[in-house]
Design a protein around this ligand. Sequence first.
Ligand code: DGJ
Length: 736
Amino acid sequence: MNRLHQLTYYFNHGAVAIAVSLFTLATVNAQTIIPIETAHNALVLQADAKKDLKTIFFGKKLANKEEYSQVSGQYKQTDDYSEQLNAAYTPSGSRNLVEPAISVTHADGNNSLDLSYVDHTVTAIDNNVNLLKIRLKDPAYNFEVTLFYKSFYKQDVIEQWTEIKHSEKGIVTLNKYASANLHLKSPHFWLNQYHGDWAKEMQPEQSELTHGIKTLDSKLGTRANLFQPSVFMISLDKPGEENEGNVLYGALEWSGNFKIDLELDYQNNLRIIAGMNNYASPYSLKPGELFTTPAFLYTFSNQGKGDASRKLQNWARNYKILDGKGSRLTLLNNWEATYFDFNEQKLADLLKDTKKLGVDLFLLDDGWFGNKYPRNDDHAALGDWQENKKKLPNGISSLVKEADNVGTKFGIWIEPEMVSPKSELYEKHPDWVVKQPNRPEHYFRNQLELDLSNPKVQDFVFSVVDGLFTKNPKLAYIKWDCNAVIYNAYSAHLKNQSHFYIDYVRGLYTVLQRIRAKYPTIPMMLCSGGGGRVDYGALQYFTEFWPSDNTDPLERIFMQWEYSYFYPAVSSSNHVTDWGKQSIKFRTDVAMMGKLGFDIVVSKLPEKELQFCQEAIKNYNDVKAIIWQGDQYRLADPRSGSVASMLYVNEEKTEGVIFNYQVNYRYGESSKYPVKLNGLDANKKYQIKEINLFPGTKSPIDGSKTYTGDFLMNIGFNPILNTDRTSVVLKFEEVK
Ligand code: DGJ
């Protein structure tokens, strides 16, 4: 390797925090190779002699970096006529024949774009994170694209986004503006995707990709993931298993319309083009204006889905979710206990129940506001965020005070992006409402959105949150709901309606940034009538999300299982409710697998059930740090057998907890085979005890026996599940 070549490589674990401009080198070298290396993987780009930037490798990294340039030569596929099939960011209107990453109409009306490599720089942000910037320019127009690759070495994660700008004489229209454009080689590709609806979130589907384009997208505006989230997996060659296979995970950090095109091209390679959805959204860009796309994030493992998910969870806790490494508050929510029907007395009793139960906080849900149009059902008052004088004559502040007296914390539900047609806000500011001026209104849950592209509306939404905290400095928690999708997308504020879907989400993020600047640590739950909104764009402002209104624990075992591939347990709010037919023990055990909460009438619990819950909360406090911050291993998949089993272990592999459920109640079903543990130290010795026993029951498990990690991982351990023991929680600890 010559000196110039050597210099064009950079290493992600470099400790020097300086930017290195490689502009001169690039112009000297006929071929510039840019490998983005993480602990186990490499994405290798190459600017060729014609200055086309291409992906030449993606996968497990090679020991010798010099060999990346030889990879392509080993593939004898059909011709690439355009010489652009593996473009790192595919332009359109020039040579391209496939799905573009970007398409524009220049100021002079011309629709063609070509992008040539100009230079690249790399900045070591710290000893784990590097930022690579690659500049591309159209040789015929003053139009520039910068590709950003933020790589997280230890976690094998890359966040990729794009900046677009121009200095043409007039407006350029961006017709498409992807965040990333990947190119993968493999004989077969398998897609794991998700679909759903209210109470049916995260239903998985797996299929082999065939030629053409498979699109995952949303056009819902808000609550954008309701029918289809932007998270997915691609397995190379054969479907990935939990502990083996080559699997890429992808997710878009954006809380609005998205579009992910998976194009299996005529050469049999997979092109992944991911970004905001350009549906109804050509974006006009003024000269000098910067258009920044959201980040598309991806990770890859050659050790299967489990390893990939632990990398992603680790990344999310360390770098993305607000306070991802911090603690969380257990809570009692009143939604399913009271719905809209409560008053001060009822709430005072619930505050005492919160204390009695032993959780940290009481969360007052929907129904506390609106006077001219009281919020007694879901037909009125969204937007009128003043306490309802009949229900709460002494206001929220007296409840916060009362909570303090009782010795618990107080949190509150809001849905500040929304407006009810029957509200004072709608009457006062009809121009703030998203609706077509010349068409009838159409409602989702009897409500409409506020136009967050309008800075005045942004101020209003900020003031809703700010007002609550200013009046009640001891307020400790916010549940931020979003129950509607956008119909009749139209902004009375915007001149260009094509900007609406994008500017709405940008407006939302502006508000959230303002909130976080003033209230950096207040825990906030991201709720969207269930899990219709969770994504890593939003989770940088929220400490947790609400996976689904469906809290039937049997359903939740399946749903939480799928969410866990992409989101760590610390972010998953799981509540014990009256949904489902399972025992209080089963319901509590399932809710303990993330961030525990309750939404039941505590005062009506039979004595033993209350006693069980109180004990379970103590047990939870004991193991919650491992659940939240430990490594998660899926041991037995509820979709492929009668048993579901999930293990959480601390970093030192000295302590952990295993949740086991019987999910098939047919005659004679039980845990016939031992469940193989994972993530332990083969050389350590462990003892396993059952916890969360219902008062009066005894465990058949002998907690005094000792097993090696080797035994537990190769032979396994039987949780002894049967139709009388459908839920078993085990705690294991190293013994010396
Ligand atoms: C939908 C949420 O998912 C529920 O938990 C509850 O907060 C209701 N909205 C209140 O309207």
